[in-house]
Design a protein around this ligand. Structure first.
Ligand SMILES: C[S@@+](CC[C@H](N)C(=O)[O-])C[C@H]1O[C@@H](n2cnc3c(N)ncnc32)[C@H](O)[C@@H]1O
Length: 252
């Protein structure tokens, strides 16, 4: 298990998982992300044709490319050079940077119409500087759309671990909703363990509003009956929110 210490090397962790993660996304496909979350996110993003977009934590560039096909002028950035290399080879028409979102971003102030960050913020140790940088690189009235593990999702496992004799093996060290807790998510079927920081809803809202963002809209994607018929393994989790998507606007 990944143990938290101050020298936790996110670059090394993600780089070491890049090949397996890419294989999973491209060969097996993350059906929940593709069939449930992406349509919900597209609703928040709206028309990006001709807009400048940053895909922050772009991974293997799968969604960067989808934004590109929607007509956006998109750039991707990720800490894992092995993932940006894959992305750059696969999508040569898009420019991918290597960078750590906890540091300052290598872009000028007021550059982007949209900062898109999907399934990334709960994987980084602190979001304060990241949010400040998203604000800085956005144009006035620019939009930031984030997709995160729903802050309520770990509660399901937290109570199950507390009240049942058989621990779930998930979020076992999460004892308090309000605390920021370092834990890991283990994807059994792909043998991939990744760092996760659980944070409250208030943390995700207030960090942005304190920086000058307004909340425009949120969504909590639901699985349709067609989806559940196709993938019955998701039935149990269809009763709880897995993902939270938030659209913020940069007020000036
Ligand atoms: C769960 S993946 C999501 C990838 C992509 N956005 C998607 O939805 O397919 C999380 C991504 O965040 C990246 N990441 C983690 N910590 C980061 C950091 N501090 N700075 C930049 N990227 C980071 C990882 O390398 C990985 O590609």
């Amino acid at each position: 298990m990944i143990m938290f210490n101050k020298r936790l090397n996110l670059f090394q962790i993600w780089n070491s998982k890049a090949k397996r993660y890419d294989e999973f996304l491209t060969k097996e496909g993350d059906v929940y992300q593709q069939e449930v979350n992406w349509p919900a996110l597209k609703g928040l993003i709206g028309d990006v044709s001709g807009k400048t977009v940053l895909d922050a934590g772009c991974g293997n560039g799968l969604y960067t490319q989808l934004l590109h096909t929607m007509g956006a002028q998109v750039s991707g950035i990720d800490i894992a050079s092995s993932l940006t290399e894959i992305a750059q080879t696969r999508y040569p028409e898009i420019f991918f940077d290597i960078g750590d979102l906890t540091n300052d971003l290598p872009y000028q102030t007021n550059t982007f119409d949209l900062v898109f960050s999907k399934m990334v913020l709960m994987d980084i140790p602190s979001i304060e500087n990241t949010v400040a940088e998203f604000y800085r690189v956005l144009k006035p009235q620019g939009v930031c759309v984030i997709s995160i593990l729903h802050p309520f999702y770990p509660l399901y496992y937290m109570f199950k671990n507390k009240w049942t004799s058989e621990p779930t093996g998930k979020f076992e060290n999460v004892k308090q909703y309000h605390d920021e807790t370092f834990t890991t998510a283990f994807y059994k079927h792909i043998k991939l363990e990744i760092p996760v920081w659980t944070r409250s809803l208030e943390h995700y809202i207030n960090t942005f509003t304190k920086r000058g963002f307004g909340v425009k809209e949120i969504n909590e994607p639901k699985m349709s009956s067609d989806f559940l018929e196709k993938y019955p393994e998701y039935q149990e989790r269809s009763e709880i929110p897995i993902i939270l998507n938030i659209k913020y606007i940069k007020h000036v």
